[in-house]
Write a protein that binds this ligand. Structure first.
Ligand code: 5GP
Ligand code: MN
Length: 346
């Protein structure tokens, strides 16, 4: 990390045109770390634009700097975003590890002449950036942003607004401080953020307790009618059709967190949520313990992520995707249950 810090310090020694981007459907860590990093770079005299490859949930729009975010929309601002990326001197890629995860922007960034900086905590980063902060053991990209600002000697530039954006990222990526990634370092960083009077309970409320009534009814429907528990493989999953999304007027972010309910059942070690988005089925995987969902999603669903939290995609219909998922499970019987798979008779 220290050689990357020196390279970053040299890169940012003069004011630059900077673009910050993050993954498709940004979550609190993606957006929070991007906006906090933008807040820092602006104070250092850089000209900064945050560009997201898609929209994001309304429960994130309170973050400082949110009003200036450019949300890429192919039909609306393709030219503007393309120019912005082509003209940038520095492009910072936060909270994703491969350019394939940011739709069209990935190609624009690949072709851009800017110096590229990757700041991320996903496994197996693609080799596309010039300066790389890739720390899969970090709980959140927001944790890395805090450390980078601190290591650049500028912790005193972290404002309350930046601190709350970073806190939101760390809080959500650690599952409210319950995942094994919640290290001593994480708590020490939160203690540092508290020095600038971040409002912990207000951040928590804005993210977790600001849903619409219909979203709560959607959750009720999913838990009652859609959750499937497969005790043979200690696996629980949920598959949601486009019609069901329409029926409950589902908006961006409304399906976030469903997978954790499946994982919350006693004895379940593997959980999956399949959402039919029309163009593709988007999948979220979670596990507890040693079963690696990042390996699983990389191998079978063109995805990746972290050991216990990953995602993937399928271009088959929803039913076929779920059938394929179920047909793969026996391969993992021993990892999921501790019981070796039965050997087929000769
Ligand atoms: P989520 O289920 O919350 O969408 O994603 C869980 C984790 O897996 C996140 O860290 C996310 O960045 C990663 N992830 C989700 N979908 C994909 C995917 O299609 N490809 C890769 N490489 N990572 C993904
Ligand atoms: Mn993250």
């Amino acid at each position: 990390m220290s050689s990357s810090i020196s390279a970053l310090r040299a890169l940012l020694a003069q004011p630059k045109q900077v673009v910050i981007t993050t993954h498709h459907k940004p979550d609190a860590d993606a957006l929070g770390s991007s906006l906090a990093w933008a807040g820092y770079l602006k104070q250092k005299g850089h000209h900064v634009t945050v560009v997201t490859p898609s929209d994001y949930p309304a429960f994130l729009n309170w973050m400082e700097g949110n009003d200036e975010v450019v949300i890429y929309e192919k039909r609306q601002n393709d030219r503007q975003v393309r120019d912005l990326i082509a003209r940038a001197e520095v492009i910072c890629c936060l909270d994703f590890s491969c350019l394939g995860r940011i739709n069209e922007l990935g190609e624009y960034i690949r072709q851009a002449s800017a110096t590229k900086v990757l700041i991320d905590h996903h496994q197996q980063p693609e080799d596309f950036a010039d300066i790389v902060f890739s720390v899969p053991t970090a709980a959140a990209t927001a944790e890395l942003i805090f450390e980078i600002i601190r290591d650049l000697g500028d912790q005193d530039l972290i404002t309350k607004g930046m601190g709350e954006a970073l806190y939101a990222g760390i809080m959500t990526d650690t599952g409210s401080f319950r995942h094994p990634s919640t290290s001593r370092n994480v708590h020490l960083i939160i203690a540092e953020l508290l020095k600038v009077q971040i409002d912990l309970s207000s951040v928590h409320r804005r993210i977790y307790d600001s849903h619409s009534e219909i979203r709560l009814r959607f959750l009720g429907f999913v838990l009652k009618d859609k959750l499937v528990v497969n005790r043979e493989f200690n696996t629980a999953y949920i598959a949601i059709t486009q019609e069901e999304l329409r029926q409950y007027q589902s908006k961006t972010g409304d399906t976030e967190g469903l997978v954790n309910y499946a994982l919350s059942i006693e004895g379940i070690v593997f959980a999956a949520v399949f959402i039919d988005r029309g163009v593709a089925v988007k999948i979220s995987f979670r596990s507890v313990g040693s079963f690696s969902v990042s390996d699983f999603s990389r191998k079978h669903f063109d995805g990746g992520g972290h050991h216990n939290a990953s995602g993937g995609i399928s271009y088959e219909p929803l039913d076929a995707t779920v059938d394929r998922f179920l047909s793969i499970l026996p391969e993992y019987k021993e990892q999921l249950t501790g019981v070796p798979a039965a050997v087929a008779p000769p």
